[in-house]
Ligand binder design. Structure first.
Ligand SMILES: [Zn+2]
Ligand SMILES: [Zn+2]
Length: 356
């Protein structure tokens, strides 16, 4: 391969397949040939809000095959399959030492060049050294590509501090049965096997899929959701509610589903600048907590990699579409129209040698 085909942002939500020079591999770096890259809600958000400037290449849920290794890299060789996140904290600053690694200044640096939606992706030295995982033979690309998003989910699950040891009858709710909502369901079941999970979504096909994937109940928002949670929790409410929808209305709904002393975890973008609107006594008098998480750090990435490698976590049923980078717009439209759950992109037709 002599040139790199990438999906470049053109401003607004426009993108186009573009040809760029292949990145040079420096010391400590890896050059990966794309195997699969996941389309993430954050990519969609950046396109829809125009946050991605012209020339930007998005995409960060990546599995690639090592094409070249930089000087000094010992853990990888050409041909290895690798799953790697794009963000790595410094481990030394104040927020890292306090356990808020995802707030680290260094963490914000994108360690993938030009980005994941490309036939060839350069992995910078810090990610290569600290965060890249060699994918074992028995683990598919379609499973390994979830290491990054599932680590984000696991961080929220851990922060909710759901107690499955004591009484063993914990109840969690996931608002939204899209790919992130259903990934919450699977991560909750894998990480906390004793936890019962209710998935709330207005779409019947998504509720059916949630039940197939192991949800203990699935309900429409509103009265039906309250009844389902009441049923499983003996009327108490959920220990934790994970909101993957976003916004003030879903937050109020989440608080209504949470038991006294329980947690609401926000895991979705709200419309920019939107203020919340809920009864403050839900927090003060009833000791509820509202938390936010948006990413995962090394600890969660490692834990999720182990869950996927062991087979305890298998998110592959969430993959509904796979298509070459050339069809980026098609994949985006399917997600927008809620016709797809997880869309994965594969190398461009030119890279696959299938171009007419
Ligand atoms: Zn993502
Ligand atoms: Zn730091």
């Amino acid at each position: 391969m002599h040139a790199n085909h990438v999906v470049a942002c053109l401003g607004g939500d426009k993108t186009a397949l573009e040809t760029r020079p292949l990145p040079d591999v420096g010391p400590g770096e890896l050059l990966l040939d794309l195997r699969v890259v996941g389309f993430c809600g954050t990519d969609l958000f950046k396109l829809d809000t125009g946050a991605a400037g012209p020339g930007t290449v998005l995409g960060h849920e990546l599995v690639g095959e090592v094409a070249a290794v930089g000087g000094g890299v010992t853990g990888f060789k050409p041909g290895d399959r690798v799953a790697v996140p794009h963000h790595v904290p410094c481990g030394e600053c104040l927020v890292c030492r306090r356990g808020n690694e995802t707030m680290c200044e260094t963490f914000r640096e994108n360690l993938m060049a030009p980005g994941g939606f490309a036939d060839a992706v350069l992995i910078k030295a810090r990610a290569t050294a600290q965060a890249a995982h060699k994918v074992p033979d028995g683990v598919s690309d379609e499973a390994a590509v979830f290491v990054e998003p599932a680590a984000c989910v696991l961080r929220g699950v851990n922060r909710a501090e759901i107690d499955t040891q004591g009484s063993g009858d914990a109840v969690a709710v996931v608002q939204g049965g899209g790919s992130m909502g259903l990934l919450h369901l699977l991560v909750l079941k894998a990480a906390l096997p004793g936890c019962r999970v209710v998935v709330v979504d207005p779409q019947a096909d998504r509720r059916d899929l949630a039940l197939k994937l192991g949800a203990d109940a699935a309900a429409e928002p509103g009265e039906a959701a309250l009844a389902a949670v009441g049923n499983l929790s003996g009327g108490a409410g959920a220990d934790a509610v994970f909101d993957t929808v976003g916004g003030a209305g879903p937050l109020r709904a989440a608080l209504a589903l949470t038991r006294q002393g329980g947690s609401v975890v926000l895991f979705a973008h709200a419309p920019d600048g939107q203020a919340a609107d809920f009864d403050l006594n839900d927090l003060f008098k009833y000791e509820r907590r509202i938390l936010g998480t948006y990413s995962g750090a090394l600890r969660e990435q490692g834990a999720v990699f182990d869950l996927i490698a062991s087979g305890a976590l298998d998110p592959t049923p969430l993959v509904t579409h796979k298509m070459p980078l050339d069809d980026f717009q098609t994949g985006l439209d399917l997600v927008r129209q809620r016709k797809a759950l997880k869309v994965l992109f594969t190398p461009s037709r030119a890279a696959q040698g299938t171009e007419a």
